[in-house]
Design a protein around this ligand. Structure first.
Ligand SMILES: Nc1nc2c(ncn2[C@@H]2O[C@H](COP(=O)(O)OP(=O)(O)OP(=O)(O)O)[C@@H](O)[C@H]2O)c(=O)[nH]1
Length: 638
């Protein structure tokens, strides 16, 4: 194993003031404790729960009780650091905090990974659990088991993690711990005697929980004497230090200055930055197998999620990543509001994609919106948060097209198969759809939707799911008030507004989560929009044949509302397989908005002309028809 002297790092530090800062931080750090660390005294765990069941509040209490932050009456939510997290009150990024806790006169290092609750960020949860040996499964003692509780429980089971079932919010007058314990028993077969009760808000039961984490969760099963090997579970960008990585060390140890390499390349780098996150950085000289630490190799060192960092002595370069490939559920076009902003937006997207490794970014262009990108997301909230973060963290304003889901196409004909170099293709944009004569079969993505609802809404939920082409699976009663229902649903029917509709028909009481169910053969067709006979590529969509007539009518009616009257008459047609399914007409209109002001007030006339000119800037011209830019973004939404 490489044991280069610790001060080797200083050869690589180019920024003098950073170097001074670094030394001061290192002098102040309590690194000696880390040097004496024993693998058996490490516990890596995550808190998993349905949204709003109190993960971040519990994390705050754990940070307080272990002395990381001062006790406060405020709901500090220390781990929710992004502006979007603070504004929306949800966790988007998983954040790690290393805590020290003494139990039975032994000092333990507890690495807590706070995870987001929303289904769209479940890849963050998946990523976090690869570094964990156990999870605290938190359930609101008032709300009981919700759809995501089921999802995170099965994730923990699949990863063979120790589960500490814990009821939260037991301080609430309506909390019913016994009922929720019996739900946990009937659904997951959990022994009620093993269920802990806490109030994250009041701090009740948190000490007992910390002790259960130490006594029930096993230490990481790693070899501290092997060559250094770590896998990257998160990355972010630092203006001065380049890419910083959150790494879980599988084997050996790592020191400042040590020579390492990425599994994906042979180039050597020296470790420049090493820190525990508490959750602010606490620089350390050395970290051992089992720890979750921040590693940086400097501005040119690189690093990406899923890659492995290895000691230079390790020869094998073939080890596969333990992480599952990310499956994008929704795609949307992202374009600069103004093409002069293209380079700026490109830079912002690159930086944000580094921190949010769940997105996929490919170059795209559109006659109406110019040069842009086709971006893949895990869901709509993910898409929303991504654009909000672009604006808030990178000051980059972007316009987004309506989201669509990916489709799989089986091709026919030797020539076309040769052209695509495969007989199956995935398309993420309706425009990529080959001509119908080249298509053997269409496949659309399905999901298994899990809904937990009060029994009185079973009828309404069933109607909604059947309307969305759902196929029911067996349901299960959680108790006499709540039922777990499952449906196989087309993803395209779920991504846009399913969750909102479900909430509104169940007065907010039902919860929903979905998991991928793969691609299945389906009767699909491409629906095109023509304006005065000219195809508008951006407005094409892929629809199920049973929905063709409905979608055609809805689209043409919506376009009639959105496109302003112009000098010429506009015919809006919705066409599929050469047949017109719906048509609307917008009557011609006079052009000069000031015509009626002959001899009138000059300032008012100028103001109107100015407004007209500004309005035109926001229009895109198609077949001499001015279409407001928002039309391309909004019309395909429900
Ligand atoms: N009464 C009571 N309220 C609590 C308790 N724990 C959390 N809350 C409240 O529940 C709400 C949600 O708590 P969070 O900690 O943000 O929940 P979360 O699970 O982290 O939410 P996401 O990050 O969105 O997944 C907040 O208003 C908290 O103040 C508790 O023990 N008792």
């Amino acid at each position: 194993m490489s044991t280069k002297p610790v001060n080797k790092i200083y050869d690589h530090v180019n920024e003098p003031y950073l170097y001074v800062n670094y030394i001061i931080q290192r002098m102040n750090s309590n690194d000696s404790g880390n040097n004496k660390l024993d693998r058996k005294k490490i516990r890596n765990f995550s808190i998993v729960a349905h949204v709003d069941h109190g993960k971040s509040t519990l994390a705050d209490r754990l940070l307080e009780i272990t002395g990381v932050i001062k006790p406060s009456n405020e709901n500090a939510q220390v781990l929710d650091q992004l502006q979007v997290e603070k504004e929306r009150g949800i966790t988007v990024k998983a954040v790690t905090a290393s805590l020290n806790y003494t139990y039975n006169n032994e000092s333990y290092l507890l690495n807590l990974i706070d995870t987001p609750g929303h289904v769209d960020f479940s890849n963050e949860v998946v990523r976090s659990v690869t570094a964990c040996q156990g999870v605290v499964l938190l359930v609101d003692a008032n709300e009981g088991i919700q759809a995501q509780t089921v999802a995170v429980h099965s994730l923990a089971k699949r990863n063979n993690l120790t589960i500490i079932p814990t009821l939260n919010k037991v301080d609430l007058p309506r909390a019913d711990p016994d009922k929720v314990k019996s739900q946990l028993n009937s659904l997951f077969n959990i022994d009620p005697n093993l269920v802990l009760s806490v109030s994250a808000k009041k701090g009740w039961g948190v000490k007992e929980l910390l002790e259960a984490i130490i006594t029930r969760i096993p230490p990481p099963d790693v070899d501290p004497n092997a060559h250094f090997k770590a896998h990257i579970i998160d990355t972010w960008h630092d203006k001065y230090r380049g890419v910083l990585c959150l790494a879980y060390i599988h084997a050996g140890s790592v020191e400042i200055g040590q020579a390492v390499k990425w599994q994906s390349s042979t180039k050597q780098h020296a470790v420049k930055y090493l820190a525990m996150l508490r959750p602010t950085e606490e620089p350390i000289n050395k970290a051992i197998a089992g720890q979750v630490v921040m590693v940086g190799l400097g501005p040119k060192g690189g690093g990406s999620v899923g890659d492995h960092l290895l000691s230079v002595e390790v020869q094998e370069n073939t080890q596969s990543s333990p992480l599952q490939a990310i499956k994008h559920m929704v795609y949307a076009g992202i374009f600069p509001a103004d093409q002069s902003q293209h380079v700026f937006l490109s830079d912002a997207i690159k930086k944000l994609a580094l921190n949010d490794s769940a997105v996929s970014v490919n170059v795209d262009s559109s006659p109406a919106l110019g040069q842009g990108w086709r971006v893949g997301f895990l869901g709509l909230l993910h898409l929303d948060v991504f654009t909000q973060r672009l604006l808030q963290e990178h000051k980059a304003e972007a316009i987004l097209t309506a989201p669509s889901v990916p489709y799989k196409i089986k091709l026919k004909g030797a020539k076309i198969i040769k052209q695509y170099k495969s007989d199956e293709i995935i398309i993420t944009n309706p425009l990529q759809l080959p001509e119908p004569q080249h298509i053997e079969e269409y496949y659309e993505p399905l999901v298994i939707g899990t809904i937990i609802t009060p029994v009185e809404y079973i009828g309404a939920v069933t109607t909604l799911c059947m309307d969305r082409r759902g196929v029911p699976l067996p349901s299960k009663a959680l108790d006499d008030q709540m039922t777990l229902m499952q449906f196989v649903l087309p993803l395209s029917e779920v991504v846009i507004d399913f969750h909102d509709t479900l909430k509104s028909i169940t007065s907010g009481f039902a919860s929903f989560d979905y998991q991928d169910h793969g691609f299945h053969a389906s009767a699909l067709v491409r629906l095109d929009i023509l304006l005065n006979g000219t195809l508008v590529e951006e407005l094409s969509s892929i629809v199920h044949t049973s929905r063709l007539q409905y979608s055609a009518r809805r689209l043409t009616e919506k376009l009639k509302e959105m496109i302003p009257r112009q000098m010429v008459q506009i015919a809006i047609q919705a066409v599929a397989s050469g047949k017109v399914y719906a048509r609307e007409t917008i009557k011609a209109y006079r052009k000069d908005v000031t015509a009626k002001l002959y001899g009138g007030d000059v300032t008012r006339r100028k103001k109107l002309l100015k407004q007209q000119a500004e309005g035109k800037k926001k229009m895109r011209s198609i077949a001499n028809i001015k279409v407001p830019r928002d039309t391309f973004i909004d019309v395909l939404k429900r």
